[in-house]
Design a protein around this ligand. Structure first.
Ligand code: IMP
Ligand code: MG
Length: 177
């Protein structure tokens, strides 16, 4: 762990700003899905903290499911490949699926999920809600339906995001300077 504290950790998005924005996103989702049900699918492990906070502000009938993917490994750059670790889900037929992401970076993961849900579940209108949106790093076009914060090309940690498995516990989003 010692050599993980590479440099100083700076706050990029504060806990207060995150909490305020999460509530705003949930309010928007509640409006958009009034009278309907949704299935939130949290992409593990990174989005678990965001999903846990978001779901507590949702007031339409909601189910929570998890899938587990990996694309970064222990690096600070996306590998460009998506490793599916667990894609087990109940029948999604006719459901309003909202994928919960911690961050959309190159868009590789979102692109993979869009194809996967179309082919495997016959759903061609999955939506994405992400806390962080690194638009400047896109390699694949992604329609991001709900986005918390657009950020520059930093490698960030905290609020679910990790470096080599650590820092997910931070209540804010930080970067190394
Ligand atoms: P993408 O496939 O390149 O869009 O990246 C998707 C996944 O890579 C995210 O869900 C994160 O788990 C991880 N990731 C991307 N950028 C960062 C970062 O700055 N810090 C930590 N994890 C990241
Ligand atoms: Mg992730």
């Amino acid at each position: 762990m010692d050599n993980l504290i590479l440099k100083n950790l700076q706050v990029l998005v504060s806990e207060e700003d995150i909490q305020k924005r999460v509530k705003e996103i949930a309010d928007q989702i509640n409006k958009d899905y009034e009278g309907q049900e949704i299935v939130l699918i949290s992409v593990l492990k990174g989005s678990v903290v965001f999903a846990a906070d978001l779901i507590r502000h949702i007031n339409v009938p909601v189910q929570l499911e998890f899938i587990r993917l990996s694309s970064y490994g222990n690096e600070m750059r996306s590998s460009g490949k998506v490793k599916a670790i667990d894609l087990t889900l109940p029948n999604m037929n006719g459901k309003n699926v909202l994928i919960v992401e911690d961050i959309i970076d190159t868009g590789t993961t979102a692109n993979f999920l869009t194809s996967y849900f179309k082919l495997q579940h016959g759903i061609d209108n999955i939506k994405f809600v992400t806390l962080l949106n690194k638009e400047c790093a896109r390699k694949h076009e992604v329609q991001v339906d709900y986005s918390g914060f657009i950020i520059d090309d930093y490698f960030v940690v905290g609020y679910g995001l990790d470096y080599s498995g650590y820092y997910r516990n931070l209540p804010y989003v930080g970067y190394f300077s």
